[in-house]
Design a protein around this ligand. Structure first.
Ligand SMILES: Nc1ncnc2c1ncn2[C@@H]1O[C@H](COP(=O)(O)OP(=O)(O)OP(=O)(O)O)[C@@H](O)[C@H]1O
Length: 243
């Protein structure tokens, strides 16, 4: 893929569930090695949009391309690391068994599989709980395991739906350091967040309200456009709570 071709290209995308249109004519491009954040009030359409990017769901109209391929496309699974908002884990299995299952799905083999499992569990600080059944994990531990699974196969594109909810500030900081380092190595990251200091760390932000992408810009650009001193103020302006 050409270095300048956007990793994600969304054109005129709408998504309706029955008579309810939850995404309206979305146009968006995300560039290689960008960290792109989606911000918006609860129910504004963020999860619906990221599901279209992963190919889990399909647009009602318009087109989503990822790495120049029209989505949904099953073999893109290996290229994308997706962390859903609700954990998709086999709770009756251990963390190790979960990781092995996903490693097999992603085609990781032998020593590489073992090495990656150790690496990602260290990264999310769960190395001591590798053999524990997931139904004995706390909510935060499950989130961390879900993140570990998303990172397992070193995908060039990471799509993370509220990745740090339920994760303590110290670990959140180290996860962000890792995301930054992956980013520097060329990984593209799209995430949704409600945490303002995370939003500030993104290269660009998209503000969604009622299924419409109202603005896309750098955090500084959004603050300037709304005359806000903070991202939170800008968010409240776009979210409709502040005029
Ligand atoms: N499968 C579905 N069927 C019907 N309505 C749906 C479906 N999925 C999502 N919606 C609706 O689409 C709207 C957007 O939901 P979505 O989960 O994308 O919001 P969100 O911005 O991610 O919210 P939050 O920040 O609370 O996670 C909501 O009104 C939701 O009820």
């Amino acid at each position: 893929m050409d270095q300048d071709t956007p990793v994600i290209s969304v054109s005129h995308v709408s998504r309706a569930f029955g008579s309810k249109t939850v995404l309206k004519d979305i146009n968006l491009q995300v560039n290689r090695a960008e960290t792109f954040g989606l911000l918006g009030p609860s129910g504004s359409g963020k999860t619906t949009l990221v599901k279209l990017l992963t190919g889990i769901d399909e647009a009602s109209s318009g087109e989503v391309q990822v790495m120049s391929l029209k989505m949904p496309k099953l073999n893109m699974l290996q290229q994308i690391g997706y962390m859903a908002q609700s954990d998709a884990l086999y709770t009756e299995l251990s963390a190790k068994e979960n990781l092995e299952f996903f490693a097999a799905l992603y085609g990781l083999k032998g020593g590489n599989r073992t090495r990656r499992i150790v690496d990602v569990m260290e990264l999310v600080n769960l190395q001591e709980h590798l053999r524990k059944r997931v139904d004995q994990y706390s909510g935060g531990m499950k989130r961390r395991l879900s993140l570990a699974i998303a990172l397992l196969h070193e995908p060039p594109l990471l799509i993370l739906d509220e990745p740090t909810v339920g994760i303590d500030p110290l670990l959140r900081q180290s996860i962000w350091q890792e995301l930054r380092s992956l980013n520097r190595q060329g990984t593209t990251i799209v995430l949704t967040t409600h945490v303002m200091d995370e939003a500030e760390k993104c290269d660009r932000l998209g503000m969604i309200r009622d299924g419409q992408l109202l603005a896309v810009d750098t955090p500084t650009g959004l603050m300037q456009a709304t005359g806000s001193a903070t991202i939170e103020e800008a968010f409240l302006t776009y979210g409709g709570a502040r005029k």
